[in-house]
Ligand binder design. Structure first.
Ligand code: SAM
Length: 128
């Protein structure tokens, strides 16, 4: 099996990370909610997880409904939607410029544990 260097975990940068292994940032869904729906429309997420899409919906005066098979995610989803309705959910504000890492930032550096001969994606290799 080929070894791949450890990659930074994008979810590690979520302001409000939960136990869900593939939680989306709320701010990823917000532009879609705004572009594709009108106030009071119903946003349906059939695989709702911890309700990032539903949070984006209620933050913009849409209604939301979803399905989730894992009870522990449903509890977190309910709590997050409640916080979003009450104004207590944290997220990166819409319109804030994306952070541009400098060459000294950790995210721009190759992992130290990379083995000789390990695969490096060509896009990354061009930066080395
Ligand atoms: C990619 S995750 C969604 C994450 C979500 N966008 C968020 O930010 O929290 C997909 C979710 O679908 C759920 N799921 C998988 N099969 C399902 C099913 N048959 N019915 C309902 N939910 C299901 C999984 O438990 C998982 O939480």
């Amino acid at each position: 099996m080929q070894n791949y260097p450890a990659q930074p975990d994008p979810e590690a940068f979520l302001i409000e990370k939960t136990i869900h292994p593939c939680q989306f940032p709320i701010e990823l869904v917000e532009p879609l909610v705004l572009a594709l729906t009108n106030p009071n429309d119903l946003v349906v997420d059939p695989y709702i997880g911890v309700a990032s899409a539903a949070c984006a919906a209620v933050l913009h005066n849409r209604r939301a409904v979803g399905a989730e098979i894992m009870p522990e995610y449903v509890s977190i989803a309910r709590a997050r939607v409640k916080r979003a309705i009450e104004g207590g959910i944290q997220r990166r504000p819409l319109g804030r410029p994306i952070y541009q890492p400098g060459p000294k930032d950790k995210v721009a550096q190759l992992p130290l544990n990379r083995l000789p001969g390990e695969h490096i994606h060509p896009a990354v290799a061009s930066l080395v």
